[in-house]
Ligand binder design. Structure first.
Ligand SMILES: N[C@@H](CCC(=O)N[C@@H](CS)C(=O)NCC(=O)O)C(=O)O
Length: 222
């Protein structure tokens, strides 16, 4: 969204165990409360030096940037706000089916401290040992069936658009959220993986095309 708006920024990378401390220091509020009652701080988050605003949650960040910088291209083009809220809710709720099958491939991409944190917190979240989170056998097949059905539905919605993006030819928040998931699949499983191969081929290659159509906005070190 920052790239869409061509706003200057600096990216600060934070290890998982440091997110709470760094957020507190920067005045960024927690997004949620954990089941044990402690605050749950998350990335991404922004601090806007121009206004002092400190915000977490990608949706709220995009809303803030639209209202604070109204002269820049909108993450939520006028008239699409309600539609995008509905899409985001649906997509977010359903993309969660990808999590259990991806978790085992994630620690290998993390630093030692983040990997340890990830193993520990995911085991708590799923209520089972980390190496038992990923589905196997019939359960794994069912998960893939669910993923295909989900992406078929998203593709049918995209198919109704007059352009390559959800709102015609203008990229908006919805496209960035879908592309973010596709990019995660590519990075987490790797370009040579069978899983990435599946995503490349489903829905006539629509998702790889979406990534390539949004490549100009994908840089995170502007
Ligand atoms: N709905 C939030 C989700 C943010 C979120 O859950 N971020 C994860 C990383 S993908 C996080 O920061 N987790 C911190 C933790 O697990 O302690 C958003 O869109 O910003």
């Amino acid at each position: 969204v920052l790239n869409l708006k061509k706003l200057p920024y600096q990216t600060v990378y934070v290890e998982f165990p440091d997110i709470a401390r760094v957020s507190k220091q920067a005045g960024i509020p927690p997004l949620l409360v954990k089941p044990d009652g402690t605050p749950h701080y998350t990335c991404p988050a922004i601090v806007d030096d121009a206004t002092g605003a400190a915000i977490s949650d990608s949706y709220k960040i995009a809303e803030y940037l639209d209202s604070q910088y109204p002269e820049t291209p909108r993450a939520f083009p006028e008239g699409t706000e309600a539609l995008q809220a509905a899409f985001y809710r649906y997509a977010n709720d359903n993309f969660s089916c990808l999590v259990p099958i991806m978790v085992s491939s994630i620690p290998g991409l993390l630093s030692h401290s983040s990997s340890e944190y990830y193993h520990r917190t995911l085991a708590v979240m799923f209520g089972k040992p980390f190496d038992q989170i990923g589905p196997v056998g019939e359960e794994l097949e069912k998960t893939w069936e669910k993923i295909r059905t989900l992406f078929d539905l998203l593709a049918s919605w995209y198919g109704k658009s007059s352009g390559v993006f959800m709102v015609g030819d203008k990229p908006s928040f919805t496209d960035f959220t879908v592309a973010g998931v596709i990019q995660s699949v590519k990075v987490i499983w790797g370009e040579g993986s069978q899983e990435w191969g599946t995503f490349k081929s489903i829905n006539d290659g629509r998702w790889v095309m979406l990534l390539s159509d949004l490549e100009g906005y994908a840089n995170v070190d502007a």
